[in-house]
Design a binder for this molecule. Structure first.
Ligand code: ADP
Ligand code: MG
Length: 327
């Protein structure tokens, strides 16, 4: 199983940001609304995620760290209707096979916390009592310490941290209801506060995308045939290149989809041919049975059952918004 875990780790854990992604998604699955992310040396030294989610009961700790024990996909129906982020049941096992992993957790019904430790080759999990509020802290130390070939592929501290920063930005835009705090080498780098009101949301949008984006952003909202679109589009150039500010979400998941991008591009091209850098944050919501999400973790593609309808709706909604704005 050790080898299987390390092979699986190759799929799931490419670099520190992949560890952060899996752990934060677990925290979100656990219902956390406050997640603190501590990084040291770009994540190669330490990734620590602390959340206030539901926690794991003591008797399930060992299970949580073993591969496939928790896979939520049992039937094809599960796959089609799946809404929770984690469904492969192998992230923790994979990560712990290539690092020293400590998982500390407490549920509401437990009066004390429990800590499980798994380290590289042995995979022996030891469980002991610990101090922790309701929620979970996962510490991943010395990533790839036992797979030197992979450790060699890590880029500079700065580059690895930039990947993590970008990941947290995407998550911050997906979950306005969750406070996200990111620190690097002990220094607070990002503090995205949970936002409810429109003002709070716009403040958070500015924190994530920068004030030039916010300054030119135009709120859009539209609905057609049970497909819902909302978000912000930028109709003018801000003070800096913004072609990196292109975020689209389908049912809460970040996507980079050809069909969606084409519809957006087309709306911009019709009205603003000179616009070189379109910047946008858009959320598409529809019946999960109307869309297939590629189960490969690294791909961000979707297949809409009614592709034409979705494409034309997105185009129309943005075209209308941009045109009204131009008037
Ligand atoms: P998956 O998320 O696909 O189930 P993981 O290996 O990522 O697989 O996690 C295994 C299990 O550990 C989860 O299903 C969940 O029960 C538990 N778990 C992991 N992280 C947390 C967390 N932060 N809070 C509560 N439970 C967690
Ligand atoms: Mg998971």
């Amino acid at each position: 199983p050790m080898l299987a875990n390390q092979i699986a780790a190759g799929e799931v854990v490419e670099r520190p940001s992949s560890v952060v992604k899996e752990l934060v998604e677990n925290s979100l699955d656990a219902g956390a609304d406050r997640i603190e992310i501590d990084i040291e040396k770009g994540g190669a030294k330490l990734v620590r995620i602390r959340d206030n989610g539901c926690g794991v009961p003591q008797d399930e700790l060992v299970l949580a760290l073993s591969r496939h024990a928790t896979s939520k996909v049992e039937t094809l129906d599960d796959l089609e209707g799946i809404m929770s982020l984690g469904f492969r049941g192998e992230a923790l096992a994979s990560i712990s096979s290539v690092s020293r992993l400590t998982f500390t957790s407490r549920t509401e019904s437990q009066s004390e916390a429990w800590q499980a430790q798994a380290e590289g080759r042995e995979m022996a999990v030891t469980v002991r009592p610990a101090a922790h509020p309701v929620g979970t802290t996962v510490e991943v130390v010395d990533l790839f310490f036992n797979t030197p070939a992979r450790r060699k592929f890590l880029r500079s501290e700065k580059t690895e941290f930039a990947h993590i920063d970008e990941l947290i930005r995407r998550i911050a835009l997906a979950r306005f209801d969750v406070t996200l705090i990111l620190r690097h080498n002990g220094k607070a780098v990002r503090q995205y506060r949970a936002a409810q009101t429109v003002q709070e949301q716009e403040r958070r949008l500015a924190a994530v995308c920068g004030s030039p984006f916010m300054h030119h952003a135009l709120a859009v909202e539209s609905e057609h045939s049970d497909v819902h679109l909302r978000g912000w589009i930028c109709s003018a150039q801000g003070g800096r290149p913004q072609n990196d500010l292109q975020y689209t979400y389908v049912n809460g998941r970040m996507m980079r989809d050809k069909l969606i991008n084409h519809a957006i591009r087309q709306a911009y091209d019709e009205l603003l041919p000179a616009e070189q850098h379109a910047a946008y944050v858009l959320y598409i919501e529809l019946d999960p049975r109307q869309v297939d999400v590629n189960v490969h973790p690294a791909k961000h593609e979707v297949r809409f059952h009614q592709a034409r309808l979705v494409h034309d709706f997105i185009f129309q909604a943005l075209y209308t918004a941009l045109r009204q704005h131009g008037d």
